[in-house]
Design a protein. Structure first.
Length: 308
């Protein structure tokens, strides 16, 4: 039985893409290879059915099939499941299914609507009431959700909801939010919360310096994120940044809103992990020029790594 995530969880929880065939069906063979690839790259855990996993394009049956497949394949790695949706009942049903299968926790975004603190608080209290004893991750991604959250609100939710143990931080810009949360934790009596960061890892060294515990992101070079976090946690900040810098050009290219998912899938295909780069419609697609551009970035990334 996999241990549940806690307020002290650290490391790299890689966000998994959902591979499709050219006709748009889930490619389970590629999903297996992707899971094995993550294990080989020494990630701490795997997060499935996130935004970059195209969870909103899957049927409930497909979501359950992905959960079944990854959890059966993951060995002892903890798996977090994204469960955000338009209805609380659907969210609760999928969460219970995931936890029954052996998930380590579930990730929830604020529901779309006016960014009033009381509305956000009511929603997360309702989620917690529907899922007692399930470890919860709050995904703070206002660029996508349209719901900005203050550091003070996040801290209050963390204190009021004991099972809300982790923040997936991907506000942009948001470094000061990490500092504010950590300062409030030092000044108060309540427990800290784990903070793992997204945005492809674009600001990872700075986020770690501000007090983040690691990353939860889906960069197509997971080994870059894993090694950077390892070096930083060993106190080798300069070495971590030097290593991470080699990946910045292709990481930056992958982080283009919307289009970046197609880049990520193409890189995974070129690395021999998934068979097809297709996103599920409606979704971005690369042109021949786009592919040549990514190929060049991959080649130059390899040259930089060889020079380290």
């Amino acid at each position: 039985m996999t241990q549940a995530i806690t307020r002290d969880t650290r490391g790299v929880y890689i966000i998994s893409a959902t591979p499709f065939t050219e006709d748009g069906t889930i490619d389970m063979g590629s999903l297996d290879r992707l899971t094995d690839f993550f294990i080989e790259k020494n990630v701490t855990g795997i997060t499935i059915l996130g935004m970059m996993g195209e969870a909103d394009k899957l049927t409930p049956e497909e979501s359950r099939a992905v959960i079944d497949r990854v959890i059966a394949r993951r060995g002892t790695l903890p798996v977090i499941v994204g469960v955000s949706g338009s209805g609380l009942r659907n969210l609760a049903d999928l969460s219970r299914y995931a936890m029954d299968k052996g998930a380590a926790g579930v990730m929830v975004t604020p529901n779309r609507g006016p960014a009033y603190d009381d509305r956000v608080e009511d929603y997360f209290h309702a989620v917690a009431k529907a899922l007692p004893d399930v470890p919860l991750i709050l995904q703070d991604f206002p660029l996508s959700t349209g719901v900005p959250l203050s550091a003070r609100l996040i801290r209050r939710l963390s204190l009021d909801i004991p099972q809300l143990v982790m923040l997936k931080h991907e506000d942009w810009p948001g470094l000061t939010k990490i500092t504010a949360i950590r300062d409030m934790e030092k000044q108060g009596d309540g427990p800290r919360m784990s903070i793992l960061c997204g945005n492809g890892g674009l600001y990872l060294p700075q986020e770690l310096a501000r007090g983040a515990d690691g990353a939860m992101t889906g960069f197509a070079y997971p080994e870059a994120v894993v090694r950077t976090v390892e070096l930083f946690q060993q106190g080798k900040q300069d070495e971590a940044e030097d290593f991470f810098d080699a990946y910045i050009p292709i990481l930056r290219h992958e982080q283009q809103p919307g289009f970046g998912l197609a880049v990520r899938k193409y890189v995974l295909k070129q690395r021999g992990i998934i068979a097809c780069e297709e996103t599920r419609a409606p979704g971005p697609r690369l042109s021949a020029v786009d592919r040549a551009e990514v190929d060049r970035l991959m080649h130059r990334t390899q040259l930089r790594l060889e020079a380290l």
